[in-house]
Design a binder for this molecule. Sequence first.
Ligand code: SAH
Ligand code: DHB
Ligand code: MG
Length: 222
Amino acid sequence: MSGQIFAQVDQYISNLLAPEDKVLQDTIKSLDEEGFPQISVTPNHGKLLQVMAKLSNAKKILELGTLAGYSTIWLARALPEDGKIITLEVEERHSNLARKNIEKAGLSDKVDFRVGKAIEILPQLLEDKEGPFDLIFIDADKPPYTEYFEYALKLARPGTVIICDNVIREGKVLDENTTDEKVKGVQRFNKMLQSNQDVTATIIQTVGVKEHDGIAIAVVNR
Ligand code: SAH
Ligand code: DHB
Ligand code: MG
């Protein structure tokens, strides 16, 4: 019952403030057509990413986990004319699908697709002095979230916003005896966030059209 009201209110909010155009709808459809997982952010979370990008005046964005490019489209649309987003993806087939979707969105000039393991691309970005990024969105595999965040800090500046998806996992983070590697990954991440002196952070619990979860939002201290 309560799940239904959360989904209905989520739908109400997205109808009001985060309606999907055809490009976004087709991007979600493209996942089914390819048999890829439906784990993109929701429309309201896409809009939240846009709000955060505007709030941080983002010109340079880094994303970990491209999938079909759904969150990439929301973020790229918040960029100024000369803005850029680099998006990392380990699955070549996901990245190729995202390229098509971004092309249809008319955003190809703003998006730089990198294929490979995030943990291998991140040190390259550092070496190539691609930073500092104004906003970093971490949404790839969950076990190395802590390491991704540490790289994110090295690629950041004071004021950079770092957003991490899926840090509550239907409340499974409460289970200290969990054997789920994804849950263990975000538990370790959340604990690190607690003691991290470089950022001011919180976690927002999320309910709606997708499963109960949470998003961590951190800003690098000045
Ligand atoms: N941000 C996307 C959803 C990403 S789903 C959106 O909201 O639209 C997570 C993605 O991370 C998947 O496409 C998966 O293939 C990718 N991924 C998993 N492990 C990875 C790794 N080690 N490095 C980079 N990407 C990875
Ligand atoms: C999973 C990953 C995600 O990024 C997400 O938003 C939901 C689920 C997963 O790997 O289970
Ligand atoms: Mg996610």
